[in-house]
Ligand binder design. Structure first.
Ligand SMILES: [Zn+2]
Ligand SMILES: [Zn+2]
Length: 144
């Protein structure tokens, strides 16, 4: 979904803000790009990055994610009481999340198209839903 962004685009955005492109920043962005709409935890990213550069440690990953989030390149999303997860800000999508077991269903970027049209028509409001989370119960938990 919406994978028109390249690693070079992301690095250019970082440079244009005056942020340096470090090895860790490059590797984290490359991993998030490869992850697509899937979310990654800091630990999950650290594991993957560590395989490519053993010098990059978890503490660096945390700092790197803070910088990338501050730069608007990365979105942090926490579901329920689970660990914070991350994905690229350029990957537009939403989720339905089970209140009971935490199961996550990915929804496409246009999931709220009817609501967006209605807000425009009835209120002149230009809605831009970003990473919306819909709470509820998954099929397993409903039948439990
Ligand atoms: Zn998400
Ligand atoms: Zn559930």
């Amino acid at each position: 979904m919406g994978h028109h962004v390249t690693l070079d685009d992301l690095l250019e955005q970082l440079r244009s803000r005056g942020d340096r492109v470090t090895v860790a920043r490059r590797l984290v962005l490359a991993e998030l790009l490869a992850a697509g709409s899937e979310h990654r935890t800091a630990e999950g990213l650290a594991d993957r990055v560590h395989r490519r550069d053993p010098e990059v440690h978890l503490s660096t990953i945390y700092r790197t994610l803070d910088v990338l989030e501050g730069a608007g390149l990365v979105v942090r999303a926490g579901f329920g009481d689970g660990a914070a997860t991350y994905h690229l800000a350029s990957d537009h999508h939403h989720h339905a999340v089970c209140d009971s077991c935490g199961a996550v269903i990915e929804l496409p970027s246009d999931a709220f198209a009817a609501l967006v049209r209605r807000l425009d028509r009835d209120h002149g409001f230009a809605a831009r839903p970003r990473h919306v989370t819909i709470p509820g119960l998954c099929a397993d938990c409903r039948s439990a």
